[in-house]
Design a protein around this ligand. Structure first.
Ligand SMILES: [Cu+2]
Length: 705
């Protein structure tokens, strides 16, 4: 493997590697080198030797041999692979199946004590409410039997990690290293796991976006995700391959911190409650998607689950599954339950891992929610009765057990397009010493009235004067000086809209009406034919954006533009994105229904500088407003998020400092819209800014590439 001229050169090269940390970087080329001079390349991946006529000769660097090492301990430095023996000594158990509750990494966080936390996800197809459920729900405890996966009592095909819904929860401390081995035991589908809200600083190959950061993991194969749990907060993981997330491949990811580091530590006594909200379909997700595309069926969520449980609270009599199943069963299914001690102050982490259309409104009867954190970043506490949150958003709240001992409903209601079908789910807040009965308050969708102080992160403020918006919240972290300037290095206007052009993939016949397809700037995103980050030598496909398509003379309003939508950004430059949305995008086949749409950014946490409703907004108008200084930007402690609603009609302004090299997706948070084109990539930095590609990764390409 060594390309050396003679033994001496090999020895010199070896010494260079050994002392590479001490060798100053000299530069790629030297104008006046003397024959025999040896120096490393800027990226430390090669060694140059000065040859005849001062012509440098490039050699591959000789790395020291890697000792036998578990994959978890391998790391790269200066273009060589090393084994972190210390990390291996501290490894904590290959914990499989349902032992995650007792995982050694789920612990009280103490400063200076970090761990490497290993998890195995066995991903397989499975059946919800299956034969393992015995007499559930008649015998309530049978619903808790391992392998039962009760959901809402409807038997259906699901995709699971370790046979649970939601999937296993990863709970670690800030500073830990997380290693998840995802084993694909599906019969006919690849998988890719994404860690929603984790910026993957320096670990772009672990971000889990198919054909962007990795090849999808095929059947019977596995992929090892290693990343650092840096910022404490509430996150989740999910499959970003197709619609697998919707069918059950998702779970929470909680990063706690030592209490002495938490600015809100004095406000709460307990921190072990997670309210995990997901959409639930009563058929396999793809039959929902194609039912919407090729007939007049609804794609709205059939139900919500809270921590994997719930009942069907309103039957629409519109689907076979709902009308044919035994309502005596589904009406008796157990709700998720949360137990708190009277007088205690409890941190609840509310995670909306939803993937279908409709934001949700979350409230707890008779209790105030003190919001202390949004998307993993602390805010100045604010008291509300209700939080409206879109897919992908997380809010941590404190619930004080200051009411009479008893049981109270936790309500999760689908709003906007889901109001008329009264989609909702309930869970129970039980005080210690209360009965095991259901709460006595009505379960009606319209109870209690909407006249409550509401944090509405969707900015849909036409109902109440009691609404607060994200722009009313304050981060505990002041805005970074480089983001406080009037000027930014990069400014992008991104319009969320939709195309109703001919689209054979979603049409039953050439005569059918095309279904509206969501886009950014009139471009339908297409995933590359090979893996963009890990197969750089095959990067000969065409990227596009609004400018390049215009230069090619394309009119994407008249013809469907489908390509790899890329916005390039220099490393360490500042970025402002003005997201705007003028069209009410039909939420479903019922054109009268629409819902606010959120976007999620990978690789970064961003500041939300402004959100405002502007009727009749379009590209011309937003640019004119910006020119006239009419876009509202708040520079005083704007909150930090990774998922935000695009006000419709109106705009949302975000800023971030592009310090993380990679190809980072910005995408819609309705899964089938993301997978069918509502996405683009921020390409930050150059290839040389990326960490070395891990060795031994699988390759992928299509036949055409
Ligand atoms: Cu994400």
């Amino acid at each position: 493997m060594v390309i050396g001229k003679n033994e001496n050169a090999v020895l010199t090269l070896f010494i260079l590697v050994v002392i590479s940390k001490l060798t100053p970087i000299i530069g790629e080329t030297r104008s006046n080198c003397s024959e025999g001079d040896i120096w490393p390349s800027d990226d430390n991946c090669y060694v140059y030797e000065c040859g005849n006529n001062s012509q440098p000769i490039r050699y591959s660097k000789v790395c020291p041999p890697v000792p036998t090492c578990l994959a978890f301990g391998l790391y790269y430095e200066n273009c060589c692979q090393y084994c972190n023996e210390k990390a291996l000594q501290n490894i904590n158990g290959d914990i499989t199946w349902n032992d995650f509750e007792t995982h050694p990494c789920k612990r009280n966080c103490v400063s200076g004590n970090t761990m490497t936390c290993i998890y195995s996800f066995d991903i397989s197809a499975f059946l919800a409410f299956n034969a393992a459920c015995n007499d559930c729900p008649v015998v309530k405890s049978d619903c808790d039997i391992t392998n039962c996966v009760p959901t809402d009592g409807i038997t259906k095909l699901i995709l699971v990690a370790n046979r649970t819904i939601p999937g296993p929860s990863i709970e670690v401390c800030a500073g830990d290293t997380v290693a998840v081995e995802a084993r694909n035991g599906l019969i006919s589908q690849a998988i890719v796991l994404h860690w929603h809200g984790i910026p993957q600083l320096g670990t772009p190959y672990a971000d889990g976006v198919p054909y962007i950061t990795q090849c999808p993991t095929i059947e019977e194969d596995s992929y090892l995700y290693i990343f650092h749990a840096i910022n404490p907060g509430s996150y989740f993981w999910n499959s970003d391959e197709g619609l697998e997330k919707v069918d059950g491949l998702l779970g929470s990811l909680i990063i706690r911190q030592p209490m002495d580091k938490d600015p809100h530590a004095a406000l709460y006594d307990t921190d072990d409650n997670v309210i995990f909200i997901q959409n639930w379909y009563h058929t396999f997700s793809e039959s929902k998607l194609y039912g919407w595309a090729m007939s007049s069926l609804s794609s709205l969520s059939d139900n919500f689950l809270i921590n994997g449980r719930g009942r069907i609270l309103k039957r629409l009599n519109s689907t076979y599954e709902e009308t044919s199943t035994d309502s005596a069963v589904t009406d008796a299914m157990p709700f998720a339950e949360f137990r708190i001690a009277s007088g205690s102050r409890n941190r609840f982490r509310i995670i909306n891992a939803g993937s279908a259309i409709c934001p949700v409104a979350v409230s707890v009867d008779n209790h105030t929610l003190t919001v202390i954190s949004a998307d993993g970043f602390d805010i100045a506490p604010i008291e509300v009765q209700r939080i409206v949150m879109n897919n992908g958003e997380r809010f941590d709240v404190i619930i004080q057990a200051n009411q009479p001992v008893g049981n109270y409903w936790i309500r999760v209601k689908g709003v906007q397009a889901c109001t008329s079908i009264e989609r909702q789910q309930l869970a129970i807040l039980r005080y210690g010493g209360s009965s095991s009965d259901d709460p006595t308050q009505p379960t009606d969708y319209y109870f209690p009235s909407d006249d409550e102080v509401t944090l509405d992160s969707t900015y849909n403020d036409d109902s109440s004067s009691l609404e607060l918006h994200l722009t009313d919240l304050q981060s505990v972290k002041p805005l970074e000086p480089e983001l406080s300037s009037d000027q930014v290095n990069n400014k992008f206007y991104i319009r969320l809209g939709y195309s109703s052009l001919f689209n054979p993939a979603f049409m039953a016949s050439p005569n059918s009406l095309p279904k509206p397809r969501q886009q950014f700037n009139n471009i339908t995103f297409e995933f590359p034919p090979t893996c963009l980050l890990t197969q750089p030598d095959e990067d000969h496909y065409f990227y596009c954006n609004e400018d390049s398509l215009r230069d090619q003379g394309k009119n994407c309003v008249q013809e469907l533009c489908t390509c790899i939508h890329v916005l390039r950004v220099a490393l360490n430059s500042t970025v402002e994105v003005i997201l705007f949305n003028g069209d009410a995008i039909p939420a479903d086949n019922d054109k009268t229904k629409s819902a606010q749409s959120a976007v999620h950014l990978h690789g970064y946490n961003f500041r939300v500088l402004g959100m405002e409703k502007v009727p009749g907004i379009n590209e011309e108008k937003i640019r004119q407003m910006d020119k006239n200084g009419e876009i509202k930007r708040n520079f005083i402690n704007p909150i930090i998020k990774d998922t935000v609603n695009i006000v419709q009609p109106g705009y949302t302004v975000i800023r971030f400092n592009a310090t993380n090299a990679g190809a980072w997706a910005l995408h819609g948070t309705v899964q089938f819209k993301y997978m069918t084109g509502t996405a683009l990539l921020f390409m930050v930095g150059e290839r040389s800014d990326l960490p070395p590609i891990p060795t031994g990764l699988p390759m992928c390409r299509n036949f055409i590439a």
